[in-house]
Design a protein around this ligand. Structure first.
Ligand code: WTA
Length: 699
């Protein structure tokens, strides 16, 4: 019997199985609740999938998983080429070598290639292939606007038509294979349409989250030098209207000042937010989407590309310097995004899937657009704010479209949890089948609330750990295959070998905690940082040689479950958004009255972490609320509102070692008011600054 038992006994778990052997440890000492039979309480260690759920699941048991996992590790070429050839269209198959890799800087340049020589197209696989298979009339997108009651739908055939029109327009203005296209759009249908149109003609999209400031947008434009920027005039988020076009105008002026002028700014008229008469316009450069795109033919030849040709760039924050352009290529990313989507959500053709992430982040790339559409899924795209007009909006949408898979972030779960259960229980939610979480560790109480209240204890939760760099899920539950522990991302996906190392890079076994690395490549791995392969090697492959270093800390418990413990570098995670402390510091010190700044993340009840900044004003400038406001405004202008510090803590000086290094450990303790845990301050150049900082804490 391959099915997991519906009792607290885990007889299906085979203690003698190969890696991840820890996964195979006997779990019978744990207290369990069975899916659908009772609510999870604090005394329960695990939630066991029911027979009923497992029976219909793609991976129905731990045994089946171990079989597949073992195959994926022992012969990755066979495992992945099997999936790639049976589930995707290739104009031409790859050469003899399915993949080649070098992850060890000592052996030469870091290189990862999958399916090289294979010729395909991601847009073709998302649309044409599914339409040929009979899905032309299936809903591809349910679009829900910010205002309840306004919505739209597109079938797969209609989506293809829209994509082709835009692809033809882009070609007409000279966009060719390999050219960058910068996209600054909110969650309109036009955003996935744009991504797919770029993919169709081999152009490389670089989507910039529409919450970034003009300066951040300009920085990205200057880095990848697009011919065209695609945006809309304005968007409504909750009760607020945001004039995106004004931001783009400022960014384009700024990039022109830096020597990069963009020929065309294609602007969608988002009528519900702003009429075209009220939109600022630069003749010769700006073009209304609605005036040109619909005039183009609804079919467009596919540009066949190599599996290793770039698909997109996406900038993300690191611990130092400017944002990094993470580059993903075509073939491996396609196979990996689609396969992870299918298994981690146990996808069925009848599912209606909603991921609340914005396409401005990697989650929206892999799990709003590509992963689901490669599977021919029906996807909900939501323009608005999840708590507008009230905190019941998500469940209203779930009921309206009969959503079966709901994928969201812990920060939203915690904020809805605070608003009270009535907003949830008012709606039926009976369509829900699988839930998902991403972006930061989900604390067990939020996990239980999502499980008990939202999912009515019927729906497994896939807590998916991954990163912009990894392209897709790395450590994630497969619902139906094994018991879940609230707060744990559980076990590695097929082909992934996570290792936990100590500070010397020594692999730790069994129950342990340390730095999370990955051994060997996987198809969805990023191939480089755009224009800076050296930084790619230094950041990710030099810290622990032979491994990809994730930047995250991780603990493995005695049952082999993985628990992500957060970033170990100077990256903070605010509401699931990755922000480099160095970026915020550099914004702060650009303020004429700021002499020095140090930024740390502190725990925050809803946002996970919040930004806490220590600021030393320049000589002669005194602390004031005005200065505080103007510092925060500077960060909003340079990065975006989501990166604004919650607290400015005045600092006559910063705690530094004698060699001038800022002791962030001490600042973190002061910021979180753990004053009895400051540790040894005697090595500071001036130990007196610590007392001064403590005195200024509440000013
Ligand atoms: C964190 C988002 C714990 C982690 C997909 C990682 C998580 C960073 C989880 C990547 C999770 C993401 N549990 N932590 N399920 N998912 N993280 O690049 O610190 O925006 O390194 O990609 O988010 O953020 P990014």
């Amino acid at each position: 019997n391959n099915l997991p038992p519906s009792t607290a006994h885990f007889s299906h778990v085979d203690a003698t199985a190969p890696q991840p052997s820890a996964a195979a440890a006997k779990l019978s000492h744990l207290k369990a609740v069975v899916l659908g039979e009772a609510l999870a309480s604090e005394d329960d260690d695990v939630v066991v999938p029911s027979h009923e759920f497992s029976r219909q699941a793609l991976v129905p048991s731990m045994q089946k998983y171990l079989e597949m996992y073992k195959a994926s590790i022992e012969d990755p070429a066979k495992f992945w080429s099997g999936i790639a050839s049976s589930e995707f269209y290739w104009k031409q198959k790859w050469g003899d070598q399915v993949y080649s890799e070098n992850l060890d800087v000592k052996k030469g340049n870091i290189k990862i290639e999958w399916f090289k020589g294979g010729i395909t197209n991601v847009c073709y696989n998302c649309l044409d292939k599914n339409i040929d298979a009979g899905l032309g009339d299936k809903i591809a997108i349910y679009w829900e606007s910010n205002e309840p009651g306004f919505d739209a739908t597109l079938t797969y055939s209609q989506l293809l038509h829209r994509v082709c029109q835009l692809a033809n327009y882009l070609k007409s203005i000279g966009v060719r294979k390999g050219d960058a296209v910068v996209v600054y759009l909110p969650m309109l249908m036009e955003l996935p349409i744009t991504m797919l149109a770029c993919a169709r003609i081999g152009a490389v999209h670089s989507v910039v989250f529409a919450g970034f400031s003009a300066e951040s947008l300009a920085q990205r434009i200057v880095d990848c030098k697009p011919k065209v920027v695609i945006t809309c005039n304005a968007v409504k988020r909750g009760p607020k209207t945001i004039n995106l076009k004004d931001i783009v105008d400022a960014a384009l002026t700024e990039s022109a000042n830096n020597g990069i002028s963009v020929d065309v700014c294609l602007t969608y008229e988002n009528q519900s937010a702003l009429k075209r008469e009220n939109t600022k316009w630069q003749k010769g450069r700006d073009v209304w989407w609605e005036d040109v795109v619909p005039k183009y033919p609804t079919s467009c030849d596919v540009e066949w590309v190599d599996a290793e040709d770039p698909l997109f760039l996406l900038y993300t924050s690191g611990s130092t310097g400017k944002p990094k352009g993470v580059l993903h290529t075509t073939g491996g990313y396609m196979v990996y995004a689609a396969t992870t989507f299918k298994y981690a959500f146990d996808y069925k053709d009848s599912d209606v899937y909603w991921c609340t992430a914005d396409c401005g982040w990697i989650t929206g790339h892999s799990y709003v657009t590509y992963g689901p559409m490669l599977n021919g899924a029906t996807v909900v795209v939501f323009e608005g704010a999840p708590n507008y007009p009230d905190p019941g909006r998500c469940w209203d949408i779930v009921d309206k479209f009969k959503v079966t898979i709901f994928y969201t972030a812990p920060t939203l779960v915690r904020s809805l949890m605070r608003d009270g259960n009535e907003y949830v229980t008012r709606y039926s939610r009976k369509s829900l089948r699988v839930l998902g979480s991403v972006g930061e560790p989900i604390n067990p109480s939020a996990w239980r609330w999502l499980f008990n209240v939202v999912g009515g204890s019927r729906c497994p939760i896939s807590d998916t750990w991954w990163q912009t760099e990894t392209g897709g899920f790395m450590i994630t539950p497969l619902p139906g295959a094994w018991p879940q522990k609230p707060g744990s991302a559980t076990f590695p996906f097929f082909g992934i070998q996570p290792v936990i190392v100590d500070e010397k890079g020594v692999e730790l076994d069994g129950e342990c905690s340390g730095y999370l690395c990955v051994k060997h490549s996987w198809p969805g791995a990023f191939r480089t940082l755009y224009g800076d392969h050296e930084r790619y090697e230094t950041t990710y492959f030099k810290p622990f040689s032979g491994y990809y270093f994730t930047g995250d800390g991780c603990r493995r418990d005695k049952d082999g479950y993985h628990w992500l413990t957060g970033r170990v570098d100077d990256v903070i995670n605010v509401s699931g958004h990755r922000i480099g402390t160095a970026e915020v510091e550099s914004a702060l010190v650009s303020h004429p009255h700021c002499a020095e700044a140090a930024v740390v993340g502190i725990e925050h009840e809803v946002k996970g972490q919040s930004i806490y900044a220590f600021v030393t004003p320049v000589e002669g400038i005194s602390y004031s609320d005005e200065l505080r406001k103007s510092l925060i405004l500077t960060v909003r202008q340079q990065i975006g509102a989501f990166a604004a510090p919650d607290k400015i803590h005045w600092a006559p000086g910063l705690p530094k070692t004698r060699s001038g290094k800022i002791m962030r450990r001490i600042l973190r303790k002061i910021a979180s008011r753990q004053l009895d845990e400051l540790g040894d301050t005697s090595t500071l150049a001036d130990p007196g600054v610590v007392d001064q900082l403590i005195q200024l804490a509440d000013i």
